[in-house]
Write a protein of this length. Structure first.
Length: 389
């Protein structure tokens, strides 16, 4: 039960009128918060040190809208406040800029990698990373020791924290995401803005609309101002992650540039600029993850269902309906064509070639392509519903 995958599953269940099952999924996460202090990366003991992109408040609000159960909503509220506190406390909070980052509290290799999938040569992800650093020594400083042929504790801290982001791996946060702890990411802070807005809505629904709701809205507006000031790049017309150590944005075009549109953070002018940059990301099968080919599964030419949903909903929010529908149709038609070949929906796709056959181009990440994948199913239902509106 993965932390952010489950949001898209809940969206699909609600579209399928399975509100009781959607609520059960959310109840499982509320249990995690109450017993373990937060939403876990997934419900396994070696994930106790990290979370995933915070979408629990979105799940709670969606289920509440479907059921109208105020007593259940009241019971969920305190757990959501705990999750918010988790992301607004150091080391997740970056005090100097008032935004948050991903950060895993554990040390050393991630257990799921050590015991995870191996390629035809018997190498796991860390073996392939060490081979890459051997071939690219200029990028290895601090992360790899050539003398011992070992990855360093600093690399493992970054690697674990990159996995909390859900984008595992990508070149967006430096080699294999190892620099992630020095960034205030667009994705995380857009989600926290929505969480603060959701908590304001919840307090309004529970009759606590006075000071409580106003306080949440004030937090959201302060975050919005920081996102627009630090993460917006006017020269590029895109939202970029902010390197708070160097005081610069990272010019790495990535599909999370649509998330401030989905969240309602973007000004009209900024949303229009992002829409003008659609050719950077739009491919025959939908929105590509990034504009950079690294061999990692969260870079070009791969596309993933969540990124389609955020882009489509974000474009709709600002009235770019023709663009949003075109992207939705590109993604959905690819799913149908590939389903006819394969007989199932899967986890990830090559959106340039419109196929689920990704193994030949994927060097870093899981070469397996899991079948019947929950977030692909959920997003397909949601996008289909949007086209029939």
């Amino acid at each position: 039960m993965y932390g952010w995958d489950s949001y898209f599953i809940v969206v699909g269940l609600l579209r399928d009128e399975r509100a009781a099952l959607a609520r059960s999924v959310v109840d499982d996460f509320l249990y995690e918060v109450r017993h373990y202090g937060g939403v876990l990366n997934a419900n396994r003991t070696y994930y106790l040190t990290r979370s995933q992109p915070p979408l629990l408040a979105e799940m709670v609000v969606a289920v509440y809208h479907a059921t109208g159960d105020r007593a259940w909503l009241a019971g969920a509220r305190d757990a959501l406040v705990t999750v918010h506190d988790h992301w607004l406390a150091p080391p997740h909070l970056i005090p100097s800029i008032g935004l948050s980052r991903y950060f895993d509290h554990g040390e050393g290799p991630a257990p799921e990698v050590v015991a995870g999938e191996r390629d035809a040569a018997g190498a796991n992800h860390y073996d392939r990373v060490r081979a890459w650093f051997r071939a690219n020594p200029a990028a290895a400083a601090g992360y790899y020791s050539a003398e011992s042929d070992e990855l360093t504790p600093l690399f493992y801290k970054g690697d674990r924290s990159m996995r909390e982001s859900g984008f595992d791996p990508t070149g967006r946060f430096g080699p294999f995401g190892a620099d992630v702890t020095r960034y205030a990411p667009v994705c995380l802070n857009a989600l926290l803005y929505r969480m603060e807005r959701d908590l304001a809505e919840i307090d309004q629904a529970l009759g606590q609309g006075g000071k409580n709701a106003k306080d949440w809205l004030a937090l959201a507006e302060a975050r919005k101002a920081r996102i627009e000031a630090l993460l917006w790049d006017d020269a590029a017309g895109l939202y970029f992650d902010y390197d708070f150590e160097s005081g610069r944005r990272n010019p790495y075009p990535f599909a999370t540039t649509f998330w401030p549109l989905w969240a309602g953070v973007a000004s009209r002018a900024h949303a229009t600029r992002v829409r003008g940059n659609l050719p950077l990301f739009e491919r025959p099968g939908g929105i590509v993850t990034s504009t950079t080919v690294t061999g990692a599964q969260w870079d070009a030419p791969f596309g993933w269902a969540p990124l389609q949903l955020f882009a489509v909903h974000g474009l709709h929010r600002y009235g770019f309906d023709v663009d949003a529908d075109r992207i939705a149709r590109a993604w959905l038609s690819m799913l149908v064509e590939d389903f006819e070949r394969r007989g199932t929906l899967v986890e990830k796709y090559d959106v340039e070639r419109r196929t689920s056959d990704v193994a030949g181009k994927l060097a870093f990440g899981y070469t397996s392509n899991e079948i019947g994948f929950g977030w692909t199913n959920g997003v397909a239902l949601e996008l289909l519903a949007g086209l029939s509106r």
